[in-house]
Design a protein around this ligand. Sequence first.
Ligand SMILES: [Fe+2]
Length: 216
Amino acid sequence: MNKELIEKGYAVVDAPEIDRCSLYDSFDMLPVDNYIQGGFRRRRFSWFSGSPQGLSRLPHKQFYQTEKYEGRPDIFREYDEIDNSVIQHSSFQNIIDCFVSITGINMMNTPVEVHQIRVLCGEGVEGNPSPEGVHRDGCHYLGIFVVRRDGVIGGANSIHLAKDEEAVFETMLEPGQFLFCDDEKVMHNANSIHPADDVKHATRDIFVLTAGEHRR
Ligand SMILES: [Fe+2]
């Protein structure tokens, strides 16, 4: 388990060994997230037990976050499952392996939930990775892994001790970097993205991994 994550409640971890490029194409196939206005987010969701190299996909379920953590009415959200070709890929398993080793969770009794997300922007569409603003996910640990930033400006992540407080930490995650949070200790946010000059459409591709029940 990562010492910084224990002590501060958040940590940035470089994972250059993960071959991100072989996962690029899978983000082009993500369905539109219909639970957000503007059509700028695409998403799949699955959850797993077992081990990073022996992933066991758990039965399909709707994604749910309570009002307590999201600050909006309870909602069950239906997303397509992450594609088998992604799950069987060593790069995906390495992402989960990194999450498990940094957080110290045991996948045999603590499933890992994985969101595969693309946020788009361009031609009048502003992509907002965190429409809810500063929030908790309602889990114990979460990890945000950036696969790719293609023509994007913005999308910095920030860490807060309370919803109405200034950030205690801010970082622009580069592809191949993880931001880990102890969701019980800190809140998180991400600012909006827009395309770089001369770019019509820009994208930010990430995996968000969560594990464990929030105990507060
Ligand atoms: Fe979140």
